[in-house]
Design a protein around this ligand. Structure first.
Ligand code: ADP
Length: 204
């Protein structure tokens, strides 16, 4: 088999400045930890404007996608979006994101484990806290909306960033971490999560 084992998948997460200010570091890390993911890199920093704009423009499709998603977020509630031009909306969103993410320290992390990208997105919840599922980080700990952030001309405050695909994760990890900052180590729990059999539990 030439394909990499699923357990080696990695994803990139940022606890945004509001997550730190709301004293939710332990809560957020705990949620990724308790599902069985392994933390393989972590650092606190105040990102520069350049780091943030590069991060969001690593994927050339991001502008169109974020613009479309936001317009849908308004239309689904019977509200009028600020513009029907996804590109124009996305430029505005990026400017607000730069202000948001450079406003204080953030924690950047790399999590590893089976289906890490999808599992972390599931635990994190949808972009808009008003409509994120109950039980997710964005659904349980914050109450922002497209409408309110538009009214105040700011970014949606949703505590966490998490990569949207394996490719995005690879690019984002390279953008935020050097290879030396990522630690290769074993966790005892990986035996029970991934070993093909569960031998060795009983007896001496
Ligand atoms: P996600 O973080 O869920 O992957 P996106 O990549 O679509 O979401 O957007 C990046 C971030 O930009 C969001 O997490 C949110 O903080 C902010 N954001 C997205 N859309 C809007 C919007 N319409 N108004 C204000 N902020 C937004």
């Amino acid at each position: 088999m030439t394909e990499k084992h699923h357990k080696l998948e990695r994803t990139f997460v940022i606890i945004k400045p509001d997550g730190i200010q709301r004293s939710l570091i332990g809560e957020i890390i705990g949620r990724y930890e308790r599902i069985g993911l392994k933390l393989v890199a972590m650092k606190m920093l105040v990102p520069t404007a350049d780091m943030v704009s590069k991060h969001y423009t690593l994927d050339p499709g991001w502008f169109e996608a974020v613009g479309q998603k936001s317009i849908k977020g308004f239309l689904d509630k019977g509200l009028t979006p600020p513009t029907n031009d996804p590109q124009k909306l996305a430029e505005d969103i990026l400017n607000r994101l730069v202000k948001y993410l450079t406003s204080g320290p953030v924690i950047a992390m790399v999590w590893q484990g089976a289906h890490a990208v999808k599992i972390v997105r599931k635990i994190t919840g949808g972009t808009e806290p008003l409509t994120s599922d109950v039980g997710t980080i964005r659904g349980d700990f914050v109450l922002d909306s497209y409408q309110m952030s538009e009214f105040d001309n700011r970014s949606i405050r949703n505590l966490v960033h998490a990569s949207g695909s394996v490719k995005e994760a690879e690019d984002e990890i390279l953008h935020w971490f050097t290879p030396e900052e990522i630690v290769d180590y074993k966790m005892i729990s990986e035996e029970v999560l991934y070993a093909p059999d569960m031998k060795g539990i009983l007896g001496q």
